[in-house]
Design a protein around this ligand. Structure first.
Ligand code: ATR
Length: 277
């Protein structure tokens, strides 16, 4: 019988994860099946235990359960601990191990698919919620020269960067409100990542006119048909390159597949297949 995996979410009907993992399995010859499972808002832990008890080997976790998954795990990887959230569960010997592959998926998409090295670059991360927190550690691992976290609520950005400052002394790491961006004279960025949920409301974080350095990449963790509000703004401000978060989705899935199977699938052909569909 094939090994069983799933993604838990609510809602989860539109998840692309089953299609992505089916393509990974075919590409690598791994014998597994992967389905989407709707967990009740007040029944996530029970749904996970059920799936594990029934022979499930692992699961992904999506909105709104990543923090609850973090609390449910018996053991946590270092990156899950830093992210404060879990998107990848592994079940063995009656125990639940938690990992977080979101940030690694973003970095992999940036480096491999978009050929955008981060070492020595200036990076702007917009937002200070769960998505930003998950990305921060993996971005800092790449040793950018400067990383600014800007958020609508300045205090949240401040609080987010504080525990990371001592861990990554090679990067000038600062956090603040959007208003502080205007004061960063000559502070154009090579990579601007939108980790706010503003695009969901069709809004874009306010960016100064000179936010993008020549050749800069604007990256929205959200994706959909056409430009998100953030990418539309970035286009108007002259960002040289635009990318949405579909590559990050495939990247985090590939990292989860590696956690479970010890095989790292190629992401580009899967990303191309999703874009074509
Ligand atoms: P997620 O897990 O997606 O990061 P979250 O933890 O609720 O969700 O965080 C949402 C992020 O998007 C926050 O940084 C939020 O800013 P605040 O901390 O000020 O709330 C940001 N955000 C949401 N809507 C926004 C908008 N319309 N403009 C700018 N930022 C927005």
């Amino acid at each position: 019988m094939s090994d069983r995996y799933c993604v838990f979410g609510n809602p989860v009907g539109h998840s692309k994860s089953p299609a992505i993992h089916a393509l990974f399995a075919r590409q690598t010859g791994e014998d597994l099946v992967y389905e989407a499972r709707l967990a009740p808002l007040d029944g996530f832990a029970a749904a996970v235990r059920d799936f594990a008890a029934g022979g499930g080997r692992g699961a992904n976790v999506t909105v709104p359960f990543k923090e609850e998954a973090f609390r449910l795990c018996d053991t946590l990887s270092a990156r899950a601990r830093l992210a404060g959230a879990v998107n990848t569960l592994s079940f063995a010997d009656g125990r639940i191990a938690g990992d977080n592959t979101d940030g690694a998926g973003l970095v992999r998409d940036l480096m491999e698919n978009l050929r955008t090295p981060l070492a020595g670059r200036r990076v702007l991360l917009l937002g200070a919620g769960g998505a930003a927190r998950g990305a921060l550690g993996p971005l800092l691992e790449q040793a950018p020269a400067a990383l600014v976290v800007a958020n609508r609520t300045a205090a949240r950005a401040d609080a987010l960067v504080r525990p990371f400052t001592a861990l990554y002394p090679q990067t000038r790491l600062t956090g603040g409100g959007f208003d502080a961006l205007a004061d960063l004279a000559g502070g154009a960025f090579d990579v601007v990542v939108n980790a706010t949920s503003a695009s969901l409301a069709g809004e874009a974080p306010p960016l100064p006119a000179d936010a993008f350095a020549p050749g800069a990449l604007a990256y929205d963790m959200m994706y959909g048909q056409g430009d998100t509000a953030f990418l539309a703004l970035a286009r108007r401000l002259g960002a040289a390159r635009l990318a949405d978060g579909l590559g990050m989705l495939v990247g985090q899935a590939a990292e989860a597949f590696f956690v479970w199977r010890g095989v790292r699938p190629a992401t580009l052909p899967v990303l191309a297949a999703l874009r074509a569909a």
